[in-house]
Design a protein around this ligand. Structure first.
Ligand SMILES: [Zn+2]
Length: 190
């Protein structure tokens, strides 16, 4: 039984209760009817208002929530989804208290149609993306379908060097001359 009480120490992903009984509150998220902790910290149960929240161990952890822009690295591109390991929240030097990962569906990869997801991202690319939905620490939905979002640094699939921008959605490797397509951010570095 995953019954927690006020003062219990929990880690990211730990089950705290069920949504039939409680309302998920600060630093928690809902996962198929269960309420789980987003961060390491102490449980706070408000029985009167039926709320469960967490008092984070770190005094001011970075807040990941819908609408924030995050910086991450592409860890895989398979079929309709690019997998992203999140490094930090943009303009926030603290870094994330928890290691989040998420994904970008092909429909959210760029403005307009993209035939193949590998025309938008490749493994190793550094990207900026906006959080659209948090379903768990390993399940954050992201979008890059805005001009200022997308690939910040593209990694050559042949030799792993970072590439130079040559066109709106094209990069070239200064090391091996390989040319590839990407959904480049308007702030592409290089
Ligand atoms: Zn190369």
């Amino acid at each position: 039984m995953m019954k927690t009480k006020s003062g219990d120490f929990v880690l990211p992903g730990d089950a705290l209760g069920v949504t039939e009984e409680f309302i998920p509150s600060e630093w928690t998220y809902e996962d198929e009817g269960k309420i789980r902790s987003l961060v390491a910290g102490k449980v706070s149960v408000d029985n009167k208002n039926k709320k469960i929240s967490i008092i984070p161990k770190t005094s001011s952890p970075s807040i990941i929530r819908n609408g924030v822009v995050v910086v991450g690295q592409v860890s895989d591109v398979r079929g309709q989804r690019a997998l992203i390991k999140l490094d930090s929240i943009k303009d926030n030097s603290r870094g994330l208290v928890t290691s989040f990962s998420g994904g970008i569906h092909i429909s959210q990869a760029q403005k307009g149609y993209v035939a193949k997801l590998t025309d938008a991202f490749r493994i190793g690319d550094l990207i900026e993306a906006k959080v659209t939905k948090i379903m768990g620490i390993d399940n954050v939905d992201l979008t890059t379908a805005e001009d200022e979002l997308g690939v910040l640094k593209a990694m050559c699939t042949k030799c792993r060097h970072y590439m130079k921008q040559t066109n709106k959605n094209e990069v070239e490797c200064p090391n091996c001359g390989n040319k590839e397509r990407r959904n480049l951010s308007s702030k592409y570095e290089g």
